[in-house]
Design a protein around this ligand. Structure first.
Ligand code: FCB
Length: 448
């Protein structure tokens, strides 16, 4: 059958890391198994009205019980690396203090199984699922969370760093601050610029503290994963260009400037207004730890228009009618990947990069859809790989690509309705079926 598949994108170096990505809450299920504590996502998704269809992650892909099958799927795809996240509340059910050995056993066995299949583990420490017990103490609003996070990083490192060589501290801290603390769309559902600022600062401090803690656990590559989204002005007018500059600082530079340069972008004061609270010099110095790579999550670009009346910022994004969009309503814009990778390279120097997420949700994979086809996902992936390759040819030090996602999974506030997987999951039975894109990705890995 694979002869019908589109060709691979050729030209990647032999040591290029081909992977797939997932995150704990989106796939694991078993929220209270083996001594796990609850997380803010357990609480948030059980509150009626927060999630489409009132779905939650109680079962999800049942990966906590079916993980061997999922590693076998990765093996079938031929991937060389797997980016997963560790649930903090499995390791420390109360967030700090007592370490839950059985929670760590799960990741320990997973890592051994991956390595036995020649798949390198890339572990993310925080993919949005803070222990609920810590939220009761203020969560990311509490300055102490940097220490809590370092304690957790150390516990995970002590158990796994002898085999896990690649670690990611935070996944998309911008989303946690903006969607979780400013707009209330994601857990913990707060809605204030003051909270968003505190969550941004304390995530930055937590990142620095975790890097410092993990460095002592053994030789490893340490990084952070950020969502980067080109912000293009809707017109050439000075107002729209200024809006795009502000949006770019807010989305793309807010976290990378402190982490890599040890300073806040100038635009932050204007964006946050009275809620602006910079980190002091000692904090900024602790945030700017040497790191080994930056992970880039890329999905879309945004077009920005000035709007003095808009809140919480004086601009808004304008949907590009006539351009292709995904089931998320995100514009398909492969060229933005070259653009944003080159921007990181120019702005921050020759830091090694990974694409830690890229992929697409499509509506044509509803139950009954044709799994033997999947042409739009294959086209999306091919176009984005071409774009990544163009950045490499222009001198960007790109080391690998992690497809989001291995499995259809719990897509946060959208529940199970948005399918990003190259493997189809029938959520009623848990049954997994390869989509054509999974077979194509296998070819890409073999030939690309
Ligand atoms: C990213 C998240 C990931 C997934 C994709 C679609 O923002 O990191 O968990 O939801 O979007």
């Amino acid at each position: 059958m694979s002869s019908e598949l589109p060709p691979a994108v050729e030209g990647f170096p032999h040591n290029f890391v081909w992977g797939v990505a997932t995150s704990a809450y989106q796939i694991e299920g078993s929220p209270e198994a083996d001594g796990k504590g609850l997380s803010i996502w357990d609480a948030f998704s059980r509150m009626p009205g927060n999630i489409a269809g009132n779905h939650n992650g109680d079962v999800a892909c049942d990966h906590y019980r079916r993980w061997r099958e999922d590693v076998a799927l990765m093996r079938q795809l031929g991937v060389r690396a797997y980016r997963f996240s560790i649930a903090w509340s499995r390791v420390l059910p109360e967030g700090t203090g007592r370490v839950n050995r059985r929670g760590l056993d799960f990741y320990d066995e997973l890592v051994d199984e991956l390595l036995s299949q020649n798949i390198q583990p890339y572990a993310t420490l925080y993919h949005w699922d803070m222990p609920w017990a810590l939220d009761a103490r203020g969560g990311w609003l509490n300055r102490d969370c940097a220490g809590w996070f370092a304690e957790y990083a150390e516990a995970a490192g002590r158990r796994l760093a002898d085999r896990v060589r690649h670690w990611i501290t935070l996944n998309e801290p911008w989303v946690v601050a903006d969607q979780g603390h400013l707009r209330g769309a994601l857990a913990p559902g707060r809605r204030s610029k003051y909270d968003a600022r505190a969550a941004a600062n304390n995530q930055l401090r937590a990142h620095g503290a975790a890097v410092a803690a993990l460095r002592t656990a053994g030789p490893m590559q340490l990084g952070v994963a950020v969502n980067l989204t080109p912000q293009h002005p809707a017109s050439d007018s000075p107002a729209d260009r200024n809006a795009a500059r502000l949006a770019h600082a807010y989305v793309n530079r807010q976290f990378l400037d402190p982490i890599l340069l040890g300073r806040h972008p100038d635009e932050m004061a204007e964006l946050y207004g009275p809620a602006w609270r910079p980190l002091d010099d000692a904090d900024l110095a602790a945030v700017r730890q040497p790191i080994d790579f930056v992970g880039v999550n890329y999905y879309l670009r945004e077009v920005v228009q000035a709007d003095a009346a808009a809140t919480p910022f004086p601009f808004r994004t304008v949907k590009q009618a006539g351009r292709p969009h995904t089931a998320m309503g995100w514009e398909v814009y492969p060229a933005g990947l070259t653009e944003i990778l080159q921007w990181v390279h120019r702005e921050y120097g020759a830091v090694p990069l990974y694409i830690t997420e890229n992929g697409v949700a499509l509506d044509d994979m509803e139950p009954g859809g044709d799994l033997a086809a999947d042409p739009d996902r294959v086209a999306y992936l091919r176009d984005h790989l071409e774009s990544a390759l163009a950045a490499m040819r222009a001198g960007v030090d790109l080391r690998g690509y992690f497809l989001w996602s291995l499995l259809d999974n719990f897509e946060w506030q959208f529940g199970y309705g948005k399918r990003f997987g190259v493997v189809y999951v029938d959520f009623a039975s848990g049954r997994r079926t390869l989509k054509a894109s999974a077979r194509w990705y296998r070819r890409q890995i073999e030939q690309g």
